[in-house]
Ligand binder design. Structure first.
Ligand SMILES: Cc1cc2nc3c(=O)[nH]c(=O)nc-3n(C[C@H](O)[C@H](O)[C@H](O)COP(=O)(O)OP(=O)(O)OC[C@H]3O[C@@H](n4cnc5c(N)ncnc54)[C@H](O)[C@@H]3O)c2cc1C
Length: 399
């Protein structure tokens, strides 16, 4: 097995570095130029970033050229993700479109759907959100009650979604809706592409502890979408939904190890500067051991990620094994966030202010990691998937 990059891939890495140096403002990604604290400003920067990537031919690296991509491989995609993490590049605003819907349309969509939806998605002209969860259907997603009825050439959608990230910024939503209530719950679901900007779609923000509203409740009250905006077959949406989930649990994570390394370095830096009762924390064996253990876990994540890329190159899609990566990274990230808080908390009575050491990097890691063990399926659900569908253990009859 050769896990080194080729010369051509290393040359591509240099190109990425040069590009990032050219387009990012000086000092970007350092404590002197932290991620904007204001949500609106972050969204503005996110949109600017999407458009900048597209304008410079750095969007959709592994997507076919005919749909606005660059026709490169998954390896280049990972190298660019690594370099973006290293440079602290901004998060785009269209992660759900680029990371989830786009790759799924490439596998499941018709040619017409690919031509219609992929180029504006990559260009940042159409932002997407994900309409899966409902007030009583989170982990048990297949119990969803939003329904869609075909009336002539139009689907009419009625129901409520919740926790819809970025719905307030989105132009389109990929929605799971029940289209046949007479069959068992996993059947009778259809995957629809629904325009958000119509009077029958109401978006209400859900304000978080931080005061920001990243999520929303979305009501569809007779919302309409064209008959052809079904991905896959009618009543075959559960299979398409699982294709998306495997991208969400697998591909979007590859390359993130570089981002975790930055956070790990911030933890090391904090341990150097913070002093506990026994001197600088970096000299305390308790903190040293935890730092080394996490460094090792981040490397393991990196190699897990390479394994995912190999699978993708061989078969286009991921199976339930993607849950292993999701579970591993989100639980590891929680330990990293906890360590950051312990380092700061060991030296300060309160570690919860967002603006302290490292421009808030460790605080963000702490909060973000908690969300990661919930979205895209909770850690408990990932364990169920691994037990039943990877290891073949008997199904829990209570679930
Ligand atoms: C940051 C963030 C962003 C999100 N963005 C979106 C989005 O854009 N679109 C969207 O559709 N959804 C989104 N979600 C929602 C997310 O998918 C759900 O929160 C998640 O699926 C869990 O569902 P729930 O919150 O209803 O919890 P529940 O399903 O009610 O679970 C509650 C608890 O019970 C446990 N549990 C439930 N069933 C089982 C079982 N069978 N075995 C063992 N334990 C079980 C769970 O693990 C959890 O600990 C987002 C969530 C977060 C945190």
């Amino acid at each position: 097995m050769n896990i080194a990059y080729t010369e051509a891939e290393e040359a591509f890495r240099i190109r990425c570095r040069d590009f990032l140096e050219t387009v990012l403002p000086p000092g970007w990604g350092t404590p002197a130029h932290p991620v904007p604290a204001d949500a609106e400003e972050r969204a503005r920067v996110g949109l600017w970033w999407e458009k900048t990537l597209y304008a410079h031919g750095m969007a959709g690296l592994s997507w076919p050229r005919e749909y606005g991509g660059q026709g490169l491989s998954w390896v280049e995609e990972v190298i660019f993700a690594e370099e973006c993490a290293r440079a602290g590049a901004p998060s785009g605003i269209n992660g759900l479109g680029k990371g989830l819907l786009g790759p799924t349309l490439l596998v499941e969509g018709t040619d017409e759907q690919k031509r219609r939806f992929l180029p504006p998605l990559l260009a940042g002209d159409e932002v997407w959100c994900q309409g899966y969860s409902e007030p009583n259907s989170g982990s048990d997603l297949a119990s969803l009650r939003t329904r869609a009825e075909l009336q002539g050439d139009v689907w009419v959608i009625t129901g409520q979604k919740i926790w819809t990230s970025n719905a307030h910024l989105a132009d389109w939503c990929f929605v799971l809706a029940r289209t046949d209530p007479t069959v068992p719950k996993h059947r009778g679901i259809t995957f629809l592409l629904v325009p958000m900007r119509q009077p029958a779609v109401k978006v209400e923000p859900l304000v978080q502890l931080t005061g920001e509203a990243h999520f929303n409740q979305v009501s569809f009250d007779g919302a309409r979408t064209a008959r052809e905006n079904v991905v896959g077959q009618v009543n075959d949406g559960w299979r398409v939904a699982n294709t998306i989930l495997s991208f969400e649990r697998g591909v979007t994570i590859v390359g993130r190890y570089a981002h975790f390394m930055r956070e790990w370095e911030a933890a090391v830096e904090a341990a150097r500067t913070q002093t506990g009762e026994r001197g600088p924390l970096i000299e305390d064996s308790h903190f040293r051991q935890r730092l080394v253990a996490l460094w090792s876990e981040i490397q393991i994540l990196r190699f897990h990620g390479y394994n995912v890329i190999t699978q993708l190159q061989q078969q286009d899609k991921l199976g339930p094994e993607a849950s292993m990566l999701k579970l591993f990274y989100s639980e590891m990230h929680k330990r990293l966030g906890d360590l950051g808080m312990d380092i700061l908390g060991a030296a300060m009575p309160y570690a919860s202010g967002m603006d302290s050491v490292g421009g808030g990097t460790l605080h963000r890691a702490f909060f973000q990691a908690r969300a990661e063990t919930i979205f895209a399926g909770t850690s408990q659900i990932q364990r169920n998937v691994i037990a039943e569908r990877v290891l073949g253990l008997p199904r829990d009859q209570r679930s």
